[in-house]
Design a protein around this ligand. Structure first.
Ligand code: FAD
Ligand code: DHB
Length: 388
């Protein structure tokens, strides 16, 4: 197979890039390890930045989003049952967050991919990219048959456990990692969500009330790293939700049977560079943020936006400049998101064995935020998203 760009990974980053490239007349082939059904069954992100929604509109992908999304103008941060900071995003920035599931977004990307008749190989094995300094080639097998894709460029959109990042020689890569000693247990339930997007810190741990649609709720609680979903019956989960959310908001909670339950570990991770010869990385393949900032999917979208713009200039104007600077451009936003996600994670979670000095600093941090509109404005701008 011969094409312009080989995209490894059919998650939101890879599928969005394929669509954007198509609009610039650039051909691509997507290679995905899992089946399409598996990819579309994954429950993940829910909150989109204003700039992310703009990009989906700009590329003609927002019809369902505009119909089904829920606008979130405020974010609530509860602190140990005492105070709640109501962060008014709209008042501070003129913009807001949009609740819309990554699952729905990915569904639309797959539908559009099929409608446009673009090539996609799913359920592949042993994808291996190489030849980044000369002629890029990606080999893989599907149903026992071997394939070979030749292209001008390869883009690794294959998430944190993909092959692309590790195809960059080890002595060239530099990695930064911070593992947090807890995970998030997420539950999806067919019940009306709380009207507020509510993050809270409680002495038992963090809790988040989020949403997908007017009849679909998404809740998370902080759990120890070694817990499994078997440790968390629905009853135990809803008990934790009531314990950790301030009593004043209990009336907004509608409990119900879980239709999905999963645990995600929390981690900050960045791998640089995001490019090596004719190989480029985008999304979770290059960086992971803990979900507290709701930044992961948004970063995947901004990476792909920068990369599409750079590939468009390379193919259609014979200008390599933006492509050479891709990593540098993307990493500014990446580190800003790493930074915000780290600060919010520290502020809102219970760290086992935390020193009393750190606890005092944390109390002070929340106090500053609660009482200072300038501090609130700064966080509000970071929450709705820095300029893409
Ligand atoms: P992925 O979605 O991981 O896609 C990578 C794809 O590559 C997968 O389909 C995988 O099967 C495939 N692949 C892997 N290896 C190979 C291989 N060797 N060969 C071929 N294919 C391969 N982000 C937000 O912005 N807002 C939120 O509110 C938010 N909430 C979250 C909540 C949770 C519980 C979690 C876990 C994440 C959340 N995120 C959020 C993060 C967001 O889901 C991810 O950042 C996003 O999925 C990244 O997209 P991606 O396409 O880069 O990677
Ligand atoms: C979700 C929402 C968030 O605001 C966040 O930080 C993480 C996840 C969600 O709805 O899945």
């Amino acid at each position: 197979v011969k094409t312009d760009v080989t995209i490894i990974g059919g998650g939101p980053a890879g599928m969005l890039l394929a669509h954007m490239l198509d609009q610039s007349g650039i051909r691509s082939v997507v290679i995905e390890r899992k089946t399409r059904e598996y990819v579309l069954g994954r429950i993940r992100a829910g909150m989109l930045e204003a700039g992310t929604v703009d990009i989906f509109r700009q590329f003609g992908l927002a019809e369902r989003l505009d119909r089904e999304c829920m606008i979130q103008e405020k974010v609530h941060y509860g602190y140990e049952g005492k105070d709640t900071l109501v962060l008014d995003l709209k008042a501070h920035t003129g913009r807001w967050l949009t609740a819309y599931g990554q699952t729905a977004l990915t569904e639309e990307l797959y539908k559009e991919h099929e409608r446009a008749g673009r090539p996609l190989f799913d359920a592949v094995q042993d994808a291996q990219p190489e030849g980044f300094k000369s002629s890029p080639v990606t080999t893989f097998t599907k149903e026992g048959q071997s394939y070979r894709v030749e292209s001008q460029y390869i883009v690794g959109c294959d998430g944190s456990h993909g092959v692309s990042r590790n195809a960059i020689p080890k002595d060239i890569r530099k990695e930064w990692t911070r593992e947090y000693p807890f995970g998030w247990l997420g539950v999806l339930a067919e019940v009306p969500p709380m009207p507020q997007l509510f993050y809270a810190r409680h002495s038992d741990g963090f809790v988040l009330a989020s949403k997908r649609t007017p009849t679909l709720s998404r809740y998370y609680v902080q759990v120890p790293t070694l817990d499994t979903t078997r440790d968390w019956s629905d009853d135990r989960f809803w008990d934790a939700i009531y314990t950790r959310l301030p009593e004043s908001h209990h009336g907004h909670v509608t409990p119900g049977p879980s239709i999905e339950k999963s645990i995600a570990p929390l981690r900050s991770f960045v791998s640089e560079p995001m490019q090596y010869g004719r190989l480029f990385l985008a999304g979770d393949a290059a960086h992971i943020v803990p979900p507290t900032g709701a930044k992961g999917l948004n970063l995947a979208v901004s990476d792909v936006y920068y990369l599409h713009r750079a590939l468009d200039a390379a193919f259609n104007q014979n200008n390599q400049h933006m492509l050479e600077n891709y990593g540098q451009t993307a990493l500014r936003r990446v580190w800003a998101a790493i930074n915000l996600s780290w600060r919010l994670t520290k502020l809102m979670h219970v760290f086992p064995g935390e020193a009393s000095f750190e606890a005092k600093l944390r109390d002070s941090e929340f106090d500053l935020l609660l009482h200072n509109p300038c501090m609130q404005a700064a966080i509000a701008h970071e929450k709705v998203g820095l300029k893409i």
